[in-house]
Write a protein that binds this ligand. Structure first.
Ligand SMILES: C[C@H](O)[C@@H](O)CC(=O)C(=O)O
Ligand SMILES: [Mg+2]
Length: 428
């Protein structure tokens, strides 16, 4: 790395997209999401910039913005070299401040803010220089997980060639055909279109009404045929026994997994559901609201999930995602990241390529979520070829948004929101 680079400024914006107008992103628990981000820009004295974000659903983004501002004092004035020279210590500084940790620790709003800030640091670092495995493992805080994974074990990973990824890409599945607010007609049209673009794996939102679920799953299964893959996602709608009963009614449609059947905090509940559904050939997937490595450790130790859904903006950035990817490998559970939202596909492709090239060296039962909204707002948007993620080429973590997008969608002063409020009285 060149000479010392001091971070002199951190800016954060509340950027919201009115996706609820067309029910994009809707599910049984989040019926009208406005996909949003707390968007962070850090600037160095040498004129370098790093970009970071965390994903939100509209209201409350202002709270995350406030938490990012509270964390900025740990970042501004430090050199990049100081931070990445002992990234593990810096992660701990951010998450373990003797006063601030009281509003976490490592969970909720403060953890989302940590992700946004650290994603910006990773982006800055990746723009400035390359990295090697020992360095990456040194970024992980092993506190609370050494009973499941030690640093020595983490260093002994498998390695695979990146040539295959450059040639074929990383397999993806689509969630864009079957949000809960979409009509049956929309489902049909979107499935037809996706099939014509070589998609073979489809996720359907369920959990609001059983008869609707039966009809929608039947429709999608008929559209995609018996050989393509179907997943279902309840977004935490049920109690444990209710989940087992409800999903058993949907078993005839042969879903590969039920995602987030119950509270994301209920590890033993997930274990009970996993055990009950295993004879039906249905696995449990969870993680998009799993806020730290310790929760994932317990889910893995309790055999409570069969698919690990890391999230680039829910866990404390790359540092924690690396820890979870390595633990999942040790427990032989495939990582199938959560993506979509705003920018999650852009970020997560880096993590999934790391999993394949440096950790698992396997594609068995592995695929990464894809949602086809809002990529146009990013400077290095995701590229999908034959239903696979194409490896990114630009330096950095692909977190940089287009300036015009940030300006137009800034909440509430951006012109998009001003116009919506004036013309349609869109709720704020
Ligand atoms: C509110 C979000 O759109 C959520 O439904 C996303 C999700 O569960 C998924 O992509 O999986
Ligand atoms: Mg989900």
């Amino acid at each position: 790395m060149a000479g010392a680079t001091t971070i002199v400024q951190l800016r954060v914006s509340d950027v919201r997209f009115p996706t609820s107008l067309e029910q994009h992103g809707s599910d049984a628990m989040h019926t009208e999401p406005d996909y949003s981000v707390a968007y962070v820009v850090i600037e160095t004295d040498g004129g370098h910039e790093g970009y970071g974000l965390t994903f939100t659903l509209g209201k409350g983004t202002e709270v995350v913005v406030c938490a990012v501002e509270a964390l900025s004092a740990f970042v501004v004035g430090r050199t990049l070299q100081e931070i990445v020279g002992d990234f593990r210590a810096f992660y701990r500084l951010l998450t373990s401040d003797g006063q601030m940790r009281w509003i976490g620790p490592e969970k909720g709003v403060i953890q989302l803010a940590t992700a946004a800030v650290l994603n910006a640091v990773w982006d800055l670092w990746a723009r400035v220089e390359g990295k090697e495995p020992r360095k990456l493992v040194s970024c992980i805080d092993f506190r609370y997980i050494t009973d499941a994974l030690t640093e020595e074990e983490a260093l002994g990973g498998c390695f695979s060639s990146h040539e295959e990824m450059l040639r074929d890409g990383y397999p993806a599945y689509t969630t864009s055909c079957a949000w809960i607010g979409y009509s049956d007609q929309q489902l049909k049209e979107l499935c037809t279109k996706a099939l014509s673009h070589d998609w073979t794996r489809f996720k359907v939102k369920v959990g609001a009404d059983l008869q609707d679920d039966v009809r929608r799953c039947r429709l999608v299964r008929q559209m995609i045929g018996p050989d393509n893959t179907l997943m279902i996602d309840a977004n935490q709608r049920w109690d444990v026994q209710e989940a087992i009963t409800w999903v058993s009614h949907l078993a005839e449609f042969k879903p590969l997994w039920i995602e987030e059947p119950t509270s994301p905090d209920d590890i033993l509940g997930h274990a009970v559901i996993s055990k009950a559904l295993a004879p039906l050939g249905i696995g449990v997937a969870t993680g998009e609201q799993c806020h730290n490595r310790v929760m994932f450790k317990q889910l893995l130790q309790a055999s409570a999930l069969q698919f690990v859904q890391i999230d680039s903006c829910r866990l404390g950035s790359v540092n924690e995602n690396l820890a979870v990817i390595l633990m999942a490998c040790k427990f032989h559970v495939p990582v199938c990241p959560h993506a979509g939202g705003v920018g999650l596909c852009e970020l997560v492709r880096h993590l999934i390529l790391f999993d394949y090239i440096s950790v698992s060296a396997s594609l068995q039962n592995r695929m990464c979520e894809y949602v086809d909204h809002l990529h146009e707002h990013f400077k290095s948007p995701v590229v999908i070829r034959n239903a696979c993620y194409v490896p990114p080429k630009d330096p950095g973590y692909s977190t940089e948004m287009r300036e015009e997008s940030v300006r137009r969608y800034q909440y509430p002063q951006g012109e998009v929101w001003q116009t919506l409020q004036a013309t349609r009285g869109h709720r704020t």
